[in-house]
Design a protein around this ligand. Structure first.
Ligand code: GAP
Length: 468
């Protein structure tokens, strides 16, 4: 089985990610996050939020509405050809493709950017599936249209937001004045975004509904290069600090012809995924974009709304549009990258002391801060009342501070393996010595080392060991 197939089936089996509306055959390649998936997703979002709002001065948060005036999307350029993919349809099987999926790998064309890129000639106009003839490419806008109110007419059309940052521009003035900010400053937001993707695929990599973590850094035009470089490095550090292996992550600068309609410069942070990517890129695909958006957004919103969105610098007495450096990460894509990076299959059993029956064990070496369950509490056996009672006491003591799981089903070896598989950093085993000495065994997921710790010291132990 290919690695990606294994990950998809693992995610379903262990409660990370399920296909959406599965009993009706699935829906539009959408996915739902299960009990462990949502814990991990919340960890990613909290770590990003803390990084932005606690560890960087001058960044504040926002939570804007998903539905906004359709004028926002007119001004932002998303309703025009800039935010469109080129679609081809097979005349035989009617399957649809994005141009960049079927273009001849040998063509000199540079890989198509998400929101930009010029129109290019198709070298091999046959359907990759059935060999049928393909239509000529036509532009397909990616905005998700909807109606507000009871009447479905032109006047009630609006769009589900395609990027969260537009909500930030809408509130730029409110935030600036209410928080008395001075340049450079940032506004960040986490939230859902929607795109009517022609071909959602590769599990949660490309979906029609996804979540973004975006930060907009407002600065003077003269400082854009400096800040672009700063944020590029900061964002790469974030992934590396959370355990992504160095060899699996890289920067890729966009060529001029790939730039999105709003960008003057763009660098992607790419992860080496185990699925196909545009020709010649061997799995490298974007998980985050760092963009120099210039004054595109504020000047266009000024023009379309008639509201002066220039910044007044009360030290220099100048008035000008601020330039924006954006960091735009996908929650879903980061989660997928973290999962894949942490996934290890160990041939034969890791534990030699117990009756391991599986030929292959899975260990998820997630960073402790990302792990959905932090501590599992396990009585050595479930049919000894005192052990169960003591285990539940310990579980009840820890559960308010750390996400814990109590598990008494199966042999202790089997329970360790179950926890290793979902990336739980520590297992606490309550055994007969516990009843005499009031200490427990704490087992480390990665080293499998076990140490005895007094139950009264457990909280302190986990506080120290789960945060570093
Ligand atoms: N505001 C800029 C912007 O939206 P983007 O490169 O189009 O830029 C930013 O998207 C990030 O959003 C991507 O790096 C990716 O992580 C995530 N993203 C975009 N489209 C997505 C999709 N269809 N499915 C999942 N994630 C997506």
């Amino acid at each position: 089985m290919e690695l990606m197939e294994k990950i998809v089936s693992f995610c379903k089996r262990r409660g990370f990610i399920f296909p959406s509306s599965e009993i009706y055959g699935g829906f539009g390649s959408g996915y739902d996050f299960g009990p462990l998936g949502v814990e991990m997703k919340n960890n990613i979002k909290r770590l990003w939020w803390d990084e932005m709002t606690k560890f960087h001065e001058n960044i504040v948060g926002l939570d804007a509405a998903i539905l906004m005036s359709p004028k926002v999307w007119e001004a932002s350029g998303h309703l025009s050809a800039g935010f469109a993919d080129e679609l081809l349809e097979c005349k035989e099987c009617h399957k649809r493709f994005r141009l960049d999926e079927i273009v001849n790998p040998k063509s000199k064309r540079s890989p198509q950017g998400r929101q930009g890129g010029g129109r290019v000639g198709v070298q091999n106009p046959n359907c990759p599936d059935c060999g049928g003839e393909l239509t000529q490419p036509r532009k397909f806008n990616l905005m998700m249209k909807t109606f507000v109110g009871p009447v479905e007419d032109e006047a009630s059309i609006t769009y589900l937001r395609a990027e969260t940052c537009q909500g930030i521009y809408m509130n730029y003035e409110n935030v600036l004045s209410s928080m008395r900010l001075k340049i450079p400053f940032g506004i960040c937001q986490i939230g859902k975004a929607f795109r009517n993707e022609i071909t959602p695929k590769d599990f949660i990599y490309r979906t029609r509904e996804f979540e973004q973590m975006e930060m907009q850094w407002f600065c003077h035009k003269k400082e854009t290069e400096k800040w672009f470089d700063f944020w590029k490095k900061e964002r790469m550090k974030w992934y590396l600090n959370l355990g992504i292996k160095k060899e699996n992550i890289r920067f890729r600068e966009h060529k001029k012809e790939e730039l999105a309609h709003y960008a003057q410069k763009a660098v992607d942070i790419e992860y080496k995924f185990p699925f196909a990517s545009p020709a010649g890129r061997q799995g490298w695909k974007e998980i985050e974009g760092i963009h120099d958006r210039g004054d595109w957004d504020l000047s266009n919103h000024s023009k379309f709304s008639g509201k002066d969105l220039k910044y007044f610098n009360d030290e220099t007495k100048e008035k000008y549009f601020l330039h924006i450096i954006e960091t735009s990460a996908g929650v879903d894509r980061s989660l997928l990258a973290f999962l894949i990076d942490a996934y290890e299959e160990v041939k034969g059993a890791r534990t030699k002391t117990t009756e391991a029956v599986k030929e292959t064990e899975i260990v998820l070496h997630l960073d402790k801060k990302l792990a959905p369950i932090k501590v599992a509490v396990l009585p050595l056996v479930k049919n000894k009342e005192e052990l169960v009672k003591k285990s539940k006491e310990i579980y009840n003591l820890l559960k308010f501070h750390f996400v814990c799981q109590y598990d008494e089903v199966g042999s202790i070896g089997r329970r360790y393996r179950r926890q290793d598989e979902i990336g739980t950093p520590f297992c606490v085993t309550v055994d007969f010595d516990t009843l005499k000495q009031d200490d427990v065994t704490v087992r480390d997921r990665d080293t499998m080392k076990q140490e005895r710790i007094k139950t009264e010291g457990l909280f302190q132990f986990f506080r120290e060991n789960l945060t570093k």
